[in-house]
Design a protein around this ligand. Structure first.
Ligand code: CAA
Length: 257
């Protein structure tokens, strides 16, 4: 498939998606949304891919949903189309996704980064939910995922004031896993994705699924789910290989089975 608003590449077992709508600071219009979802789905279905990196430009990961596109929507259209609902298909990607964020990650941009599993930020990154300044509220998960990531105090602060937080504050708050110098962002994200993709894919996918479960159910059910997943991995060749490699003091050769 050919794309116009994103660049799609592979680097070994890593799939790379670069948002590429520079004139609008990667504002997420319908085309960007459809292409990004399609690219993530294609990588998810590709046995040769073990992890995905999503990034933007140096100036902007994404400056939000496209305000000009949604400006004229009325309520019936927004509700009828379940506007932004499609993005949940991106969030449902089963392989690990790393957001490599440089510059602005605002509104839908911040929300898109939060749909990924790990956010690596350049020291230039700025995160925010400025929808309140437009007379609306976040609509791609900002009030929910941000609150789970940084807690109520900071989520309220960001959603109610529309202010931006820098990379250092985002890391301190728990939104961002790592902050690196801007020049090292892509290399760090790629290396992290390569490392993840070098492990057994079933265990990587189950680890992601189990961590995500912790958001959706009580601790006792989450613990049970985790244990059942853990038990199931003893049916894989990769468990046999991983544990044998440890005892034989050699590197494991996983074959994703
Ligand atoms: N939608 C549409 N166009 C956008 C955009 C957006 N979210 N963000 C930037 N652009 C466009 C600008 O209109 C401008 O286009 P023109 O050259 O045609 O005028 C171009 O990108 C460059 O932007 P600026 O000139 O504004 O660049 P700047 O460096 O002066 O400012 C900025 C950068 C602070 C990020 C500023 O662009 C900005 O505030 N953008 C909007 C941020 C925002 O409100 N995001 C939330 C959107 S709503 C949302 O996301 C809802 C949701 O929950 C999903």
């Amino acid at each position: 498939m050919s794309y116009e608003t994103i660049i799609v590449e592979t680097d070994g077992r890593v799939g790379l998606i670069t948002l590429n709508r520079p004139k609008a600071l990667n504002a997420l219009n319908s085309q960007v949304m459809e292409e990004t979802i399609a690219a993530a789905k294609a990588f998810d279905e590709d046995d040769e891919i073990g992890a995905i990196v999503l990034t933007g430009s140096e100036k902007a990961f994404a400056a939000g949903a496209d305000i000009k596109e949604m400006q004229a929507l009325n309520y019936v259209e927004a509700y009828g189309r379940d506007f932004f609902g499609q993005w949940e298909r991106f969030a449902a990607t089963r392989k690990p996704m790393i957001a490599a964020v440089s510059g602005y990650a605002l509104g839908g941009g911040c929300e898109l980064a939060m749909m990924c599993d790990i956010i690596v930020a350049a020291d230039t990154a700025k995160f925010g939910q400025p929808e309140i300044t437009l007379g609306v509220i976040p609509g791609m998960g900002g009030t929910q995922r941000l609150t789970r990531a940084v807690g109520k105090a900071k989520a309220m602060d960001l959603c109610l004031t529309g202010r931006m937080m820098d990379a250092e504050e985002a890391e301190r708050s728990g939104l961002v896993a790592r902050v690196v110098p801007a020049a090292e962002l892509i290399a760090t994200a790629r290396e992290t994705a390569k490392k993840i993709a070098s492990f057994s894919l079933p265990s990587v996918m189950m680890a992601k699924e189990a961590v995500n479960r912790s958001y959706e159910q009580p601790l006792s059910e989450g613990l049970r789910f985790e244990r059942r997943m853990f038990h199931s991995l003893f049916a894989t060749d990769d468990q046999t290989e991983g544990m044998a490699a440890f005892t034989e003091k050699r590197e494991a050769q996983f074959n994703n089975r």
